[in-house]
Design a protein. Structure first.
Length: 281
């Protein structure tokens, strides 16, 4: 008798994301194979995040959309943990509040975890607010595939597009760093803990999500500090592998060109908005 595919929960930590949470939730609900639940975990938002989610619950009363609040501690990691702890699925998806999943995401996650040895999976992204999106998606996938070869035994998860087997999460739950100083990459931290338990992490080119490139809006110093989260995470775990520094080199070398492309895209959008405004006057 064929075994049923594993159930998938999708956890979305959110803090002041009223501008992006609607598109994120709608994409998570609009799947070729429905998720068991889509959980938005609100972390002390002071904007309209809660109202947007509640409006979606009213608009789609039969949808498995769950709204939770994590108000004890401000921060992504405790909010992520709260959502993962409350999720009921066999597989726990974790995305960002500006992620826009492709319609086949849940289906591809189930395929990846059909192998019972797989403990976690990650996939590529399409930057929906950048030019040359198709080329960018192909490049992103190629770079992530290359990193699998470069980083050898370590397979790094990407927090905007990842899934964990619930049993794997429970195994590393008490070990995962809480990072109250907000100095680390929480997805790299999870990757290292999984590696320490010899749990298998895989990559699927078909497990695709869209995300914003708004990180490129940071000034060079802020972006450098973001990239150095890799180094601080490795030092926290006493990981000395030179190969694991490859993502840092790639990000820093690509930053000037990507920032220029992002600036051009924002200027294009601003000009279009001005033209639309003039047409309405």
């Amino acid at each position: 008798m064929a075994q049923s595919p594993p159930s998938v929960s999708i956890v979305i930590p959110a803090w002041n994301e009223e501008d992006t949470i609607k598109a994120c939730v709608l994409a998570a609900l609009d799947q070729t194979v429905p998720a068991l639940e889509v959980i938005v975990v609100d972390n002390r938002s002071t904007d309209g995040t809660a109202q947007v989610v509640h409006a979606l619950q009213l608009a789609f009363p039969d949808a498995p959309l769950v709204y939770l609040q994590q108000n004890d501690v401000q921060g992504l990691i405790p909010t992520r943990n709260f959502g993962l702890d409350h999720a009921r699925g066999d597989i726990l998806g974790r995305i960002d509040s500006d992620s826009v999943l492709e319609p086949t995401w849940v289906e591809e996650v189930q395929k990846a975890f059909a192998d019972p040895v797989v403990a976690a999976c990650t996939g590529p992204v399409i930057y929906y607010d950048m030019p040359l999106r198709r080329f960018g998606a192909i490049t992103d996938d190629a770079v992530r595939r290359a990193l699998i070869v470069i980083t050898q035994d370590y397979h790094l998860l990407f927090g905007s597009n990842m899934a964990l087997r619930a049993t794997a999460w429970r195994l590393i739950r008490s070990e995962a760093c809480l990072d109250p100083e907000d100095e680390l990459h929480e997805d790299i931290d999870l990757s290292i803990h999984l590696h320490e338990h010899a749990l298998k992490v895989v990559y699927s080119s078909d497990m695709v999500t869209g995300m914003s490139a708004r990180r490129l809006d940071n000034n060079p110093r802020e972006f450098y500090n973001y990239v150095m989260r890799f180094e601080r995470t490795y030092k926290k775990h006493k990981v000395r592998s030179i190969a694991l520094r490859a993502p840092m080199a790639i990000l820093m070398s690509a930053y000037p060109a990507l920032k220029a492309m992002r600036a051009g895209e924002l200027l294009k959008e601003a000009n279009e908005q001005r033209r639309e405004q003039r047409s309405l006057e």
